[in-house]
Design a binder for this molecule. Structure first.
Ligand code: PHB
Length: 400
């Protein structure tokens, strides 16, 4: 029997190899390029696949600033929607958390898809090297000073790219994180006994700002996308099968959960339905040898506080200058400092996301004590300026 020898890989070099062309990878690529640092980004998904993935839609003011000030795009300012607060639906009424008044800040409704489109357009405008649709991606020689990124490009040509540094921004199922020996990382993980049923529907907006609604039937979130397209979620069991949910059944469930004065939920055809799992995870440190992790590759949060994308952007906002300092001085401490600094924000966001989750969701086996304690917790936030300020500060994001 004869076997065809695999073709010799195309060998090349770059300064930073980036695995994952989501917002974290593309933003890092953009920031490095702006500093004159050569880099290549690969992703096994196609452009269309990434663009069509429905993700969260809230940007902290710091994330908006990073996009605008670094010259990615100011489209977020023109087409995004500034929200100066959120509403908490509780006990038959809406309680507004006024970010502008409480902490002098706001957030922007601007879907992750649009952040991705802006970043990909900026990389393309500036001549960035981004390869979508690659296969057989692997990383190796991580503790040497020339780590390697191997992949086969969309035309079937195998590549071996030698780098000074590798960065894994390849999402929660990261191959980069899994390339770190288990003995060299501390993996924290929590799974929650509920999930969100997420829909997109063709309807006008029901409210000008997001409504986070607590109810006896479980949590619901009313969010928006455009004037004619809305995003909503309701708490469900993790094993929920979306096939069992007709439009009528979904609307009945949502209506029963946002039964508050001053809110009329506007219905329309449902065009997308998915179940989102609730997980918290952190990999520490976010560095192994010449490999660094950022975004979901290093940590995931449940969607309640909309922190996922914001954390990913905050990571690379710290990582880009750390890489610059490392390349200028050769001092590995810069890389360790990245992990230490990024993890401080990561754990604050972990706490905030799990706190907001536990304040607004009850597990299926909750007791009356659990419910009464939770109701008191919500009251101690919405009835108190100090409590509301705590929520506002975490939601709008801590200073870098
Ligand atoms: C969304 O609009 O998709 C969204 C907003 C806020 C969240 C989660 C998701 O907390």
């Amino acid at each position: 029997m004869t076997t065809t020898p695999s073709p010799e890989p195309h060998r090349s070099t770059t300064t930073v190899g980036i695995v994952g062309a989501g917002p974290a990878g593309l933003m890092l690529s953009h920031l490095l390029a702006r500093d004159g640092v050569d880099n290549v980004v690969v992703d096994n998904r196609s452009y269309a696949e990434i663009e069509q993935t429905v993700r969260a839609g809230i940007l902290e003011a710091g994330s908006v600033r990073l996009l605008v000030d670094s010259g990615v795009s100011d489209r977020v300012l023109r087409e995004g929607d500034e929200h100066a607060g959120i509403e908490i639906g509780f006990d038959g009424r809406l309680a507004r958390i006024d970010f502008a008044d409480l902490v002098g800040s706001s957030v922007w409704l601007y879907p992750q898809t649009d952040v991705f489109i802006d970043l990909a357009a900026a990389r393309s405008r500036d001549g960035g090297d981004v390869r979508f649709g690659v296969t057989d991606t692997s990383v190796d020689d991580l503790t040497s000073d020339r780590p390697v990124l191997r992949f086969t490009d969309a035309d079937g040509v195998p590549h071996e790219l030698r780098c000074d540094l590798l960065v894994g921004t390849d999402g929660s199922r990261s191959i980069c994180r899994r390339a770190i020996p288990e003995t060299q990382r501390q993996q924290s993980f929590r799974e929650y006994p509920f999930a969100w049923f997420g829909i997109l529907c063709e309807a006008p907006a029901s409210a000008p700002e997001l409504v986070y609604s607590h109810s006896d039937r479980g949590f619901a979130l009313i969010s928006q996308r455009t004037e004619t397209l809305q995003r909503m979620y309701f708490q469900c069991r993790p094993d929920t099968d979306v096939e069992n949910w007709s439009d009528d059944r979904i609307w009945a469930e949502l209506q029963s959960r946002v039964n508050v004065n001053g809110l009329e939920l506007r219905e329309g055809p449902i065009t997308s339905r998915t179940v989102l799992r609730f997980r918290s995870s952190v990999c520490e440190p976010m560095r192994y040898g010449r490999l660094l992790l950022a975004g979901d590759a290093a940590h995931t949060v449940p969607p309640t506080g909309a922190k996922g994308l914001n954390l990913a952007l905050a990571d690379v906002g710290v990582l880009a200058p750390a890489i610059r300092a490392f390349l200028a001085t050769g001092t590995e401490r810069e890389l360790d400092d990245y992990s230490v600094r990024a993890l401080q924000r990561v754990w604050k966001a972990q706490h905030f996301s799990s706190w907001m989750t536990s304040m607004l969701h009850l597990p299926p086996d909750a007791s009356v004590f659990d419910l009464r304690r939770q109701q008191a917790e919500i009251r101690s936030i919405i009835d108190s300026r100090a409590g509301s300020t705590y929520l506002a500060e975490g939601y709008t994001g801590w200073p870098a």
